[in-house]
Write a protein of this length. Structure first.
Lengths: 164, 456
């Protein structure tokens, strides 16, 4: 049994919440729904960042290195973040449930750091970023098979609400 | 944080108070021969050094009340708790009271041993509960060796009525110690993380309960994510990790007065805290960039000392009971493995070499073994090894078992188990022999258990 739950950037910003519910209704898979149908998000808005750019990258099991796909997403993130420099943001590192609690907290921190280092390399100011690890405490997909653990091994770039 | 857990408000618990009210009872009807606990001149004694144990048949009679219906109820309750403690240990087989031949009406008089021999009771417990004029409760008990026909222990305790469960646990500990030669572990508590709500939005609260699952009290409200609590070996404090104020940090919480403070002022995440055996220091992991290393902080001076310095994840530190060694997990060689080091960080060396990954090492209070979580072939086991890494044994294995913690006598391990999917974890105990696995009742899902020291 797989139950997917869509968390758009943690839905921290009030005006994202309504949008997140809309997106969740359309999307069976967190990677669907990006761009096309919902591409009308205002330029420079958090919606655009989530939907058109992609707010998250995924990792291989117990790995912290960035896959080519993750690098492509982060290239787009860097471009967008450099264009809209008013946003500060938090990089959240996460792990799947197949590890022990404290190791996974450290592993999530490493993943967040990988993303941070990459964005800095791409010219995003380090002073705009903070990192946090949630270890295995905040899964987006709940299940007990490989297809969904992979959704939980992630780093999510969450824009702070002060960006407007 | 306000005080919302009236623990031990009346003071008649803890080493001084309960034991102040304790006295040895003379051997009734046996010429006053009073045997101190630990004297091993009687026939009945349980050898628990071998792997499997034939549980010792024991008859635990209802404690005689002082006359009032309240006292009679309290007497039955005490008997039930003692029976449940001893049964759950796997070392004792309390006999069904329906089989009892003699009805004990005067617990001071010598029982009719023949009546207990015919139902094959090896040991017999009798007792009395009476309300004192000052409102306190007096609990008396005697432990008898049925086949030798003599009293093994006789003790009495005074306490406030609300502490009656504790008195029952203390009596169970006295029986356990007298018959096994090892300290008991029933008068102890568990601090753990209570989990509720759906898995992707789990609410976690610190909670504390008696080791049998009674008297659950919540220590946090669930606003902040809280993880990995541990008891102080010397004070009424716990240390744990919390995401309060958005920053994952290590905290100290006094469970008597609710006072809470942050441990240290570190620039990044601090996690994985445990007390040193002297209770004066907390050892923990500090994250710096991609790496996590182990540090120790003196709680009084706040001086913080780095113990490991690797481009790796070093975490889950745990002192040996004598404080001369620290075990921890590190992935410096690839996957997580268990390492030892001296208290100053010198002489770091790997001790686990089996297939798979090893984490969450916990040193037994006896000092002779280290318990761990082992990941292999996609499954999670709880196991033991000697401090030199030899003699590895797996105690339980399955989809997910994690986070062992020892009872203060080193005989029993508690851990949490998760079946996977949308459900949640639950607490279990298992004997260090690998036998007698039991679920520990909790009000909701529960994880991260930590066993307290003996309270008395």
């Amino acid at each position: 049994m797989i139950r997917m739950l869509r968390h758009l950037g943690g839905a921290r910003v009030a005006f994202i919440v309504g949008f997140a519910m809309l997106a969740a209704a359309c999307a069976k898979n967190p990677m669907d729904g990006a761009g096309a149908a919902l591409g009308s998000a205002p330029p420079g808005s958090p919606q655009e960042f989530i939907v058109s750019v992609g707010d998250r990258v995924f990792f291989e099991s117990d790995q912290t290195s960035l896959t080519p796909q993750a690098q492509a997403t982060l290239d787009k993130q860097a471009q967008w973040l450099n264009q809209y420099a008013r946003y500060s943001f938090t990089i959240e590192g996460h792990a799947d449930e197949r590890g022990t609690r404290e190791y996974n907290i450290a592993l999530g921190a490493r993943r967040a750091q990988s993303v941070r280092d990459y964005l800095v390399q791409r010219g995003v100011a380090a002073s705009r970023m903070r990192t946090i690890s949630y270890g295995k405490e905040r899964p987006v997909a709940v299940c007990n098979d490989i297809s969904c653990w992979s959704q939980n091994r992630r780093a999510v770039t969450v824009l702070n609400a002060t960006g407007t | 944080m306000s005080r919302r857990f009236p623990l031990e408000a009346n003071g008649l618990v803890g080493r001084r108070s309960v034991l102040v009210g304790m006295a040895a009872l003379g051997g009734a009807g046996l010429g006053g021969a009073m045997l101190a606990p630990g004297v091993a001149n009687a026939a009945v004694r349980l050898d628990i050094t071998s792997g499997t144990v034939q549980p010792l048949p024991i008859a635990i009679t209802d404690f005689v009340g002082g006359g009032s219906p309240q006292d009679i109820e309290a007497g039955k309750g005490v008997t039930q708790i003692i029976s449940a403690d001893l049964r759950r240990s796997g070392l004792f087989a309390p006999i069904d009271p329906a089989a009892f031949v003699e009805k004990i009406s005067n617990p001071d008089a010598s029982p009719r041993f023949q009546d207990w021999r015919v139902i094959n009771a090896q040991a017999l417990v009798t007792g009395r509960i009476t309300r004192q004029p000052d409102g306190r409760v007096k609990a008396e008990f005697r432990l008898w060796d049925v086949f030798a026909g003599q009293q093994l222990i006789g003790q009495q305790y005074f306490t406030q009525p609300e502490n009656w469960r504790r008195v029952a646990h203390i009596i169970a500990d006295a029986i356990y110690e007298r018959l096994t030669g090892e300290k008991g572990y029933f008068d102890t508590r568990i601090v753990f993380v209570d989990e509720s709500g759906p898995k992707e939005k789990r609410i976690k609260r610190l909670a504390i309960m008696d080791q049998d699952g009674a008297n659950v009290t919540y220590l946090t409200r669930g606003d902040d994510l809280v993880l990995t609590p541990r008891f102080s070996p010397t004070s009424q404090e716990i240390t744990y990790m919390s995401y309060g104020n958005g920053e994952p940090r290590v905290y100290l919480l006094n469970i008597e007065n609710g006072q809470r403070e942050v441990v240290g002022n570190f620039p990044n995440m601090s996690f994985s805290p445990r007390f040193a055996p002297d209770g004066q220091r907390v050892i923990l992991s500090l994250q710096q960039g991609a790496d996590s290393n182990i540090f120790v902080m003196d709680l009084r001076s706040k001086a913080t000392t780095r113990l490991t310095d690797t481009a790796a994840i070093d975490t889950a530190p745990c002192y040996s009971p004598d404080g001369t060694q620290i075990c921890f997990e590190s992935d410096r060689g690839g996957g997580s493995q268990i390492y030892l080091m001296n208290p100053d960080g010198s002489n770091q060396r790997r001790i686990s070499f089996g297939d798979g990954r090893y984490s969450t090492p916990v040193w037994s209070p006896r000092g002779d073994v280290i318990a761990f979580t082992k990941q292999a072939q996609g499954r999670f086991a709880i196991g033991l090894m000697r401090p030199d890494g030899s003699g590895e044994r797996i105690l339980t294995e399955g989809y997910h078992n994690e986070g062992p913690t020892f009872a203060p006598n080193g005989r029993v391990i508690m851990f949490f188990r998760d079946a996977g999917g949308g459900g949640g974890p639950q607490l279990y105990t298992v004997d260090i022999t690998g036998y007698n696995e039991q679920r520990v009742p909790t009000p909701s899902y529960a994880s991260d258990p930590a066993w307290s020291p003996l309270r008395s």
